[in-house]
Ligand binder design. Structure first.
Ligand code: THU
Length: 130
């Protein structure tokens, strides 16, 4: 699975974003170690605190289907076109818990793909398990 392919899956998932309040549409695609892809988009709510980010939709779908062990996540976002869209702090923490700090994080646009490890984006991460 190429980084570009996963990014394109995130772009497709973004089309389903429900973002009538912010107008900012986000898509995410998670790749499991077993080679499956789970996608998500942001889902907003009139009660703003009930909004959920695309990354947490995608990873929760995978976990709830019994998946454990993740290679990578691609994230894209923007209002009209795509802008560079790194994950919010809360999503970084959730990804650290469920995917570990070695998770590959693929950001950017098809003509400018940037790759990070989650640990670079969440230095000195909090965790109790190890
Ligand atoms: N959003 C995400 O889906 N992921 C992030 O990592 C940052 C923000 C969503 C939440 C909200 O629906 C919109 O983008 C604007 O904040």
């Amino acid at each position: 699975m190429s980084e570009l392919k996963l990014l394109n899956e995130a772009i497709k998932a973004r089309d389903n974003a429900y973002a009538p309040y912010s107008g900012f549409k986000v898509g995410a695609a998670v790749l499991t170690r077993s080679g499956k892809i789970f996608c998500g988009c942001n889902v907003e709510n009139a009660a703003y605190s009930a909004c959920i980010c695309a990354e947490r939709v995608a990873i929760s779908k995978a976990i709830s289907e019994g998946e454990r062990g993740f290679e990578a996540i691609a994230i894209v976002g923007g209002k009209d076109g795509l802008i560079f869209c790194p994950p919010c702090g809360e999503c970084r923490q959730v990804l650290a818990e469920l995917c570990g700090l070695d998770l590959k994080v693929i950001l950017g646009t098809p003509d400018n793909v940037k790759i990070f490890r989650l640990g670079e984006l969440l230095p000195m991460a909090f965790g109790e398990l190890k």
